[in-house]
Design a protein around this ligand. Structure first.
Ligand code: CAA
Length: 284
């Protein structure tokens, strides 16, 4: 069965980006948030992105209107029931994800494919809240979703091979390079990225270099688009903290243990760019 209509649960930073990309790739897309205020905020950020693309001439005004026309926002979970695939990008908490998928499982036909954008939870733990673990995958996108070229497509021990191949093809139709990963905590990217970011924080704690010099070193010495401490701020220290806790819980390896400075930053609200302060301070 081909994927024709896309559902996205959650219209925050990741969900709005996924919905924008799905609609821009030609899929009628329904995006659901829990209340009108959050939905409006997410849809406004999509409008802002599309307006910027049109102003730069990357897309025409007509294309912008077509993309927007393919995108429908809703606060009703029932409005997702006729989608062929539903990609979940809600709060990174297992009980909330299990509850949502349990409800969707009861609503949707048995053919619907379920996908989670979780970055640190185990796909199987979420899939086991449904009666369709064979039609359940991970689809892990990267921030900012419209810009980053990668999607990790994650199979569990229960995912049916035909479903998996269909989702890999779908990832390509979204204009992303789809890589295949097993359901191992952190998949490929976070398994490799998180120890690097945590080591940058440890280097700072140990006085190896200043914030600016650690960042400059990796940008200019290794060609990274952002230094590691800027990237921590960009991801959000709270998000990163929960990812490294999941990795540490799973593997019990020191490289995933959160550095003390990070915990203190999280509890004091120095969460990075979204909070206006992290390793750096941000205006507006
Ligand atoms: N939404 C949409 N488009 C955006 C954007 C956003 N939030 N931010 C930047 N862009 C676009 C810009 O409009 C610009 O587009 P054009 O080339 O068409 O003009 C392009 O991206 C480049 O932007 P800028 O010139 O303003 O800035 P830049 O060259 O420094 O790029 C960046 C910005 C793409 C964010 C780049 O710094 C980068 O790649 N950083 C690394 C990001 C990264 O590592 N992301 C993964 C984080 S880990 C994660 O997401 C997963 C997890 O599980 C934690």
């Amino acid at each position: 069965m081909a994927i024709r209509k896309v559902g996205v649960a959650g219209c925050g930073l990741m969900g709005s980006g996924i919905a924008q990309v799905a609609a821009a790739s030609g899929f009628p897309t329904v995006v659901r948030e829990v209340n009108a205020e959050l939905l409006d905020k997410g849809l406004k950020s999509i409008d802002k992105n599309l307006n910027r693309l049109a102003e730069k001439g990357t897309i025409t005004e007509a294309a912008k209107d077509e993309i927007r026309g393919r995108l429908k926002g809703t606060t009703k979970v029932e409005d997702l029931q006729d989608c062929d695939v539903i990609i979940e990008a809600i709060i990174e908490q297992l009980p909330a994800k299990r509850e949502l998928f349990g409800a969707l499982d009861a609503l949707c036909p048995s053919s619907t494919i379920f996908a989670s954008n979780t970055s640190s939870l185990t796909i199987m733990e979420i899939a086991s809240a449904t009666k369709r673990p064979q039609r359940f995958v991970g689809l892990h996108f990267f921030n900012p979703v419209p810009v980053m070229k990668l999607v990790e497509v994650v199979r569990t021990i229960a995912t049916e091979p035909a479903v998996y191949e269909e989702v890999v093809a779908f990832g390509t139709k979204l204009g992303k390079t789809a890589v295949r990963a097993h359901d191992s905590t952190g998949f490929i990217v976070n398994r490799l990225l998180v120890p690097y970011l945590l080591d940058a924080i440890r280097a700072l704690e140990e006085g190896v270099g200043s914030i600016e010099d650690i960042d400059k070193s990796m940008m200019l010495g290794c060609g990274h688009p952002m230094g590691p401490l800027t990237l921590c701020d960009f991801i959000g220290l709270d998000v990163l903290y929960s990812v490294c806790e999941s990795l540490y819980e799973e593997f019990k390896r020191d490289e995933y243990a959160p550095p003390p400075l990070m915990k203190r930053m999280v509890v004091s609200g120095h969460l990075g760019r979204k909070a206006g302060r992290g390793f750096y301070t941000y205006d507006g």
